[in-house]
Design a protein around this ligand. Sequence first.
Ligand code: SF4
Length: 254
Amino acid sequence: FCNMSIEGGARAGYVNPDETTYEWLEGTDYFQEHPEKFEELKPYWESIRSDDDAEYDDVVEIDASELDPVVTWGTTPGQGIGIDDPIPEPESLADDKVDTARRAQEHMRVEPGETMEGYDIDVAFLGSCTNARLPDLRRAARIVKGREVADDVRAFVVPGSQRVQRAAEEEGLKDIFEEAGFEWRNAGCSMCLGMNEDQLEGDEACASSSNRNFVGRQGSKDGRTVLMNPRMVAAAAITGEVSDVRDLEEVALA
Ligand code: SF4
């Protein structure tokens, strides 16, 4: 969330710490080994939280439970829509967004009025530090289990950290993905930014759980990146196209 606030025009993103944050922090390896550090730092974190009576220039409330899965149609993270929504006419956007939208639609080869559902993909990338945490991999595994990656799709999983990788392997997630036809890789940035050999080739289209879809971001200047959540990447890998994951039944993990 903090990472992506930059794409909304912010200089920084910040989340006030609460009990959920503290509970999570306290359970991390570092603070399990150094509980005295946690006690030392907690008052400091409390001291920099926003005041309860702070005044804000704007307040936006979003009920995430009511959001449809969001996918991008363009070449910036902000060019996104719900899976059932039509791709916008560039002229319907704010004046300073019209040209970028036109260029983005040309690059992505999409037309206003279409939805992104059914957009063919060549690559499914389930990774990045922002969207390949252990709960992300578990959720995606519930979609993948017992199914197979589409024949013409190159699919791979890159855990968000070595810690996530170890935990995912211990609880059998790696096996579920490999049985379905995903490659299981070591933790790293990988195709989030076209690292090493993990790059799109030519005009390949990628269903990607990474966080940015700028032209060339995944290694090829003609590559096409469609950002979506990890469960949606799992669904796209199985069907070979951008799909509504809500149409695929989840399978319980052992
Ligand atoms: S390039 Fe690496 S560190 Fe940066 S957002 Fe992607 S996965 Fe995270």
